[in-house]
Design a protein around this ligand. Structure first.
Ligand SMILES: Cc1ncc(COP(=O)(O)O)c(C=O)c1O
Length: 430
């Protein structure tokens, strides 16, 4: 044991979970492009299947490349374990799966990515689950929405599309009182800007498709477990605290303690739902994570400059960036995301829906895509795309009214981004 100081974030984003490949010495994490792994003998196979020994069986469950990414994200988030999935949406289902049963509900913020609103308001109903949406700035409403059948509280740290900042300390105090887990989608903030577990989150989910990969190459997701929730404190979470019939009666909380959720996620969740991340995707995401802090600093610096410029422009009605002193969320930055308010926000264009559509078409450097968290600057008119399935009331509550566009500010030269917005705003409102 050395008394060396704990490595910092920049060191961990490069090294956590990885080591030179023991077979070849390869310094970069190899892509273990294999479906299955040879057992040493029959006893070894039995021990792996009984979860008495940790190792590799089949890549739907575990894969060495994916395992490095799992450990890296768990470390950066300050969790005890993580399970990678095929997409951010898959991660959300994987987070809820061990907690939910037919008839149970979640309490979710109205300010979420539009696809998540649809997943929670429509698709999960097919499993007999439901969601109650409330304004997470109204703490009394959050408290009142929790009932005996609530099994989780769900929000985004920096909420898509408006870049609103959730008071995670206040929300986790409510979920703690109710004895239910808080799940935080940390996609837009990343563990560099916000560490939800330090603010009381039980589980953190990510669309790794976004900033963690950072270059718009692969879809992926991850669920990180804080290891802090006592699943056996009551009877609400039988998959974790009682004999699990889907794994020959194993009691995950008893056998794995703080790792219960992670082991359940792999042994039951990935085994039976199969929403597995492939090793190629894990490789691209590992490459991206190595530069996460450098990129996020630049994303934030650029977002700050572009938002400040937009706010003073007469063609713009308002800008939602929390990094602006005019934002009602400005005071939360120091507490929730001290390294900056991210790079995702909306602005309202004078001229409404028509002007927004023209603006999107007139931009040359910004790409018009349904994505965020790329090195490139991206723009989308949420009301006609990502939030299209939502009612006008839901769009308004989510901050995606027809007169606003959402931008994800990239790492290019801020002057070039401002010049592009300037010429496009002239065309859109001219
Ligand atoms: C905040 C947030 N969470 C989750 C998702 C879903 O992620 P994925 O597209 O990887 O399924 C998205 C996608 O845009 C998102 O923006």
């Amino acid at each position: 044991m050395t008394d060396a100081p704990k490595p910092g974030f920049d060191t961990l984003q490069v090294h956590a979970g990885s080591a030179p490949d023991p077979a070849t010495g390869a310094r970069q994490t190899p892509i273990y492009q294999t479906t299955a792994f040879v057992f040493r003998d029959a006893d070894h196979a039995a021990a792996l299947f009984n979860l008495q020994e940790v190792g590799y069986i089949y890549s739907r469950l575990t894969n060495p490349t994916v395992a490095v990414l799992q450990e890296r994200v768990a470390t950066l988030e300050g969790g005890v374990g993580a399970v990678c999935c095929s997409s951010g949406h898959a991660a959300q289902i994987m987070a809820l799966f061990p907690l939910m049963q037919p008839g149970k509900n979640i309490v979710a913020s109205t300010r979420l990515y539009g696809g998540t609103v649809t997943q929670f308001s429509q698709t999960i109903k097919r499993f007999g689950w439901s969601a109650k949406f409330v304004d997470f700035d109204d703490l009394d409403a959050v408290k009142a929405a929790i009932d005996d059948d609530t099994r989780a509280v769900f929000c985004e740290a920096i909420a898509n599309p408006g870049g609103y900042i959730t008071d995670l300390d206040a929300i986790s105090a409510i979920s703690d009182d109710a004895g239910i887990p808080l799940i935080v989608d940390n996609t837009s903030a990343t563990p560099y800007l916000c560490r939800p577990i330090e603010h009381g989150a039980t589980l953190v989910v990510h669309s790794t498709t976004k900033y963690l990969t950072g270059n718009g190459t692969v879809t992926g997701g991850v669920v990180v477990d804080s290891g802090k929730f006592d699943w056996a404190a009551n009877d609400k979470f039988p998959s974790l605290s009682k004999p699990e019939p889907a794994y020959h009666g194993l009691v995950f909380a008893e056998t794995f303690g703080p790792m219960a959720f992670t082991f359940h996620g792999i042994a039951v969740g990935l085994r039976d739902l199969g929403m597995t991340m492939n090793p190629q995707a894990a490789h691209y995401t590992l490459m991206g994570i190595e530069t996460l802090s450098l990129r996020m600093d630049r994303h934030v610096e650029n977002a700050q400059r572009v938002a400040a410029w937009l706010e003073t422009d007469p063609r713009v009605e308002y800008v939602t960036y929390a990094g602006l002193p005019s934002s009602p969320y400005y005071d939360r930055i120091a507490k929730i995301c001290p390294k900056g308010a991210g790079a995702l926000f909306t602005f309202a264009v004078k001229g409404g829906y028509e002007a927004c559509v023209k603006l999107v078409d007139a931009l040359e450097l910004f790409s018009h895509v349904a994505n965020l968290g790329d090195t490139r600057s991206l723009i989308i008119h949420s009301a006609s795309t990502t939030h299209r399935q939502l009612s006008p009331e839901q769009q308004k509550a989510a901050g995606a009214s027809p007169n606003v566009v959402r931008v994800s500010i990239g790492i290019e030269d801020a002057d070039d981004l401002i010049a592009d917005l300037d010429q496009a705003l002239s065309k859109a409102t001219g």
